[in-house]
Design a protein. Structure first.
Lengths: 139, 732
């Protein structure tokens, strides 16, 4: 990858500085020794190919899915299996306990499933009725 | 490294037609899109579901391929490095890890790589397990917790010792219910045989009225005495059941590892043991008994009503289907309302738990207003949640009263008709009305019981959640009793993961008896984790720690820990006298020993200056000591135990240089003749160490004496230089 100053770098690791509140802004690129190389202020201002590449690499580094909709839950009692729609496709997760779901500021929530996989929920009040009901049951 | 080829395995694999095959659920963009991997005739092919056959990719693999699986924050990675150095990578979600590990194992067998027998894999997360250990990686999913009824039935276990008294209590309940049924029954002859004839002028004698009133009073007195005995016994029993529950939960809590306490809020654990057991006690002592008596009353009343007049009895039961239907309809709403209520309540208490310890910061930044607002918001949510519950009750109660009133009207109508027909007397109607009043009241209280039961079962659930948690540091089945350990420590290929993140990657270290080892390295290098493993606060995910030739897992936990002394960065003093605090690890020692230890730890002089010397109260609510003084107390505490192994975890980091220098003498007395492992950021504090172990990113990178490491010009010498420049900077 080449920067504006002409220097080139390989094997960069991106890190989102505000992964929960605004994951597409303030992305730090570091080299293998965790030295800061540059900061991407806004992913959306990059070319689609570059922003796609960085997004995938971000995920590889700190995997987190965005939860869009909850189709079905096996039970309101935990552990429960949920089938959900995420920003990366259909999936299912196991909610191990009630504490695996926590409230975030600004109408959001973070779910951690039994594997440690994280699901970010943004704008609970804008979700469909069932999804909202399920999430509000726990927080 | 090319593993030896085992001809037998190869031929077996070639013969079998079951070539390994697996479906990973993420594609190269990490979207959910299954990719099938299958190995056939040394060719690994990857095919994305739904894509044309032409996009299938294949690679030839040999036995020298290096396979690797990992799970990082729920993202699993399968890596296969081919002989030519090319790395193939696939991703999957954590739940597939066990399957992928099995696939890798099958591939290795099929490719003719000799394998050690695969360790059992945790069904919850796929991490490898050995023997009967519980999986630390995930704590396998508990079985389905069952219904709220089951939760309450589990309380029976705790009630068993009180069984005779419970039976007595039930008997008393039955008796008082029966006696309670007498008065309405007496109103029947009172009306028919006395009052009505009297009104009609047929009865000239007033004495029967005295008799009846006397009987009624007697029945009331009987009910009173029986009720008294009943509630006394039931409170007595429930107090013991909940004390038993509290005790069992608390003692179980002490068997749980540090991991559990790290993941739970202190306030939450405290509220489970105090307020949840209180809730249960309340439930068992009053609501439960009331419910039993309600049921008896309702059944017996119904029987009596049918015995007196079946038609009227049926009429009086008409509101019941409606009430049951209503209750059934709102049950779910009420239950989730109560849940929500308790969640927002605990949110509100967490605001308190957050701000009160941080009050200095709040005041320093003048943010009182903002904290008040935060509390106000949480408080607002409590109001909202409770409003919802109240709304439902507000709807349901009047409806129930309305239905029962309607029922009463039906009874009046039917009775009037029957009196008109001459089938029953006015006395029967009076008795009915008296019975029905009770009947409806009791059924209302049964509905109320439903909500108490839901609450109690939620409390029971929270307690059983602690009780069901298996200790993650299990006691050995065939223990070796360590008595006094010398402190020869051998660490072999030690690995440890917090959740899915591995923090120690294969540590090997030998520590001789009496040696002092200093562990240095940047924060996050895994120093404290290593210490925690040596202390057996956790068990390793892989590898072993042996002390005096035996795996530490073979020693009973508490006997082993008695051989370890710890001096931590922030020593904790319990509320009590200084002498008690010094003797904490070895209660019952003589005063001379306490004083001796204090002298050795150089704590004696400052203790003499306290107003009550060794009897001075310290800890929370006690006299406050400076951090240097507290550290001396904790050194004395460790000295008194006389452990073979000593852990100093940043023991002097919180102290200023001068205090540290003063403490050095005390520490040297402590370290003398013991195997010592010391962690320190300030490298100067490790001058006395025989060897220094430098850790970085979960690995040991350098081992040697101070001089050796300085000459080596590695991480240690860099750290050393950095600290020296820093120190020089301060002096300027």
């Amino acid at each position: 990858m080449e920067l504006q100053d002409g220097s080139t770098h390989g094997n960069l690791i991106p890190l989102s500085l505000f992964p929960l509140s605004d994951g597409s802004k303030h992305i730090l690129l570091m080299d293998g020794d965790h030295r800061e190389i540059c900061m991407v202020e806004d992913l959306e201002k990059l070319t689609p190919t570059l922003s796609h590449a960085i997004t995938v690499e971000l995920l590889r580094n700190r995997f987190m899915l965005k939860l869009i909709k909850i189709h079905k839950v096996s039970s309101f009692r935990t552990p429960a299996e949920w089938s959900v729609l995420t920003d990366r496709g259909e999936s299912s997760l196991i909610l191990p306990s009630e504490e695996s779901l926590r409230r975030l500021p600004d109408d959001g929530a973070l779910i951690q499933d039994s594997q440690g996989l994280r699901y970010l929920v943004q704008g609970i009040s804008k979700m469909d009725g069932f999804s909202r009901k399920v999430i509000e049951y726990y927080i | 490294m090319i593993p030896d080829s085992d001809p037998k395995t190869v031929s077996q694999a070639n013969l079998s037609s079951n070539w390994p095959r697996i479906e990973v659920d993420l594609d190269e963009d990490l979207s959910f899109n299954p990719i099938t991997l299958d190995l056939q005739n040394f060719q690994l092919c990857s095919h994305k579901k739904g894509s044309p056959e032409s996009e299938k990719k294949c690679w030839t693999l040999g036995p020298a391929c290096v396979w690797e699986t990992s799970n990082q924050m729920g993202l699993g990675t399968l890596k296969c490095t081919r002989e030519n150095g090319e790395v193939l990578v696939w991703n999957f979600t954590g739940q597939k890890l066990a399957q992928v590990q099995q696939f890798v194992h099958d591939c290795k067998v099929a490719l003719g790589v000799v394998m050690e027998t695969i360790t059992t894999i945790c069904p919850g997360c796929g991490a490898s397990l050995k023997g009967e250990e519980t999986c630390l990686t995930c704590n396998p999913l508990p079985e389905e917790k069952g219904t709220s009824l089951k939760m309450l039935l589990r309380l029976y276990d705790f009630a068993k010792p009180q069984m005779p008294l419970i039976v007595l209590g039930f008997f008393l309940t039955l008796l008082s219910t029966l006696v309670g049924l007498i008065p309405p029954y007496l109103t029947m002859p009172l009306t028919d045989d006395v009052l009505i004839p009297m009104q009609q002028g047929k009865l000239k004698n007033f004495t029967p009225v005295f008799w009846y009133i006397g009987f009624l009073a007697l029945a009331a007195a009987g009910t009173w005495v029986l009720e008294w005995a009943r509630s006394f016994f039931s409170s007595w029993v429930s107090e013991r059941i909940s004390a038993n529950l509290r005790m069992r939960t608390y003692s179980h809590l002490h068997t749980l590892s540090m991991e559990y306490f790290g993941s739970k809020r202190t306030g939450d654990i405290m509220s489970r043991i105090s307020s949840d057991t209180y809730q249960l006690c309340n439930f068992l002592s009053s609501h439960m008994v009331d419910f039993a008596s309600d049921i008896l009353m309702v059944i017996l009343t119904a029987v009596t009503l049918f015995a007196i007049n079946p038609i009227l009895a049926v009429a009086s039961l008409t509101p019941f289907p409606f009430i049951s239907f209503l209750v059934y309809k709102v049950r779910g709403n009420l239950l989730s309302g109560y849940r929500k209520g308790s969640i927002v309540w605990s949110d509100m208490t967490s605001v308190l738990a957050d701000t009160i310890p941080g009050i200095r910061v709040v005041k320093a930044f003048a943010q009182e207003k903002r904290e008040i607002e935060r509390f106000d918001q949480a408080n607002e949510r409590v109001i909202l949640a409770n409003d919802r519950i109240n709304l439902w009750w507000a709807i349901i109660w009047p409806l129930i009263s309305f239905t029962t009133t309607l029922g009463l009207l039906v009874v009046w109508a039917v009775a009037a008709w029957q009196i008109y027909q001459g089938q029953i007397t006015v006395g029967v109607l009076t008795a009915f009305l008296a019975y029905i009043g009770r009947f409806y009241a009791r059924s209302e209280s049964m509905i109320r019981f439903m909500s108490y039961a839901q609450r109690a079962s939620a409390s029971a659930g929270r307690l059983f959640e602690i009780l069901d948690r298996k200790p993650s540091v299990p006691e050995p089945i065939q223990p070796i009793h360590p008595e006094k350990l010398d402190g020869n420590i051998t660490i072999r290929d030690l690995r440890f993961s917090y959740g899915s993140r591995e923090v120690l990657h294969g540590i090997n270290l030998d520590i001789r008896k009496g040696e002092m080892i200093g562990i240095v390295g940047p924060s996050g290098a895994g120093k404290t984790t290593l210490i925690n493993l040596i202390c057996r606060f956790f068990d390793p995910t892989h590898g072993s720690i042996s002390v005096d030739g035996n795996d530490v897992r073979k020693y009973p936990v508490s006997e082993y820990r008695k051989n370890i002394g710890m001096v931590l960065q922030d020593p904790f003093l319990f509320f009590g006298s200084i002498a008690d605090n010094i003797a904490y690890g070895k209660p019952g020692v003589t005063r001379e020993e306490v004083i001796g230890a204090a002298r050795f730890a150089k704590a004696h002089p400052f203790i003499l200056n306290l107003s009550e010397a060794y009897d001075s109260l310290v800890g929370e609510r006690g006299q406050s000591l400076s951090s240097g003084e507290r550290q001396r107390v904790s050194i004395a505490r460790a000295l008194l135990v006389d452990p073979g192994i000593l852990i100093l975890d940043e023991a002097t980091s919180a102290l200023d240089a001068e205090t540290e220098k003063e403490l050095q003498g005390a520490l040297e007395n402590l370290v003398e003749g013991r195997t010592t492992i010391a962690i320190a950021h300030r490298l100067s504090t490790l001058r006395r160490a025989d060897r220094l172990v430098v850790m970085d990113k979960g690995k040991i990178v350098e081992v040697g004496t101070h001089a050796e490491l300085i000459n080596k010009d590695g991480l240690y010498s860099r750290l050393h230089k950095a600290q020296q420049t820093l120190a020089a900077g301060y002096t300027i």
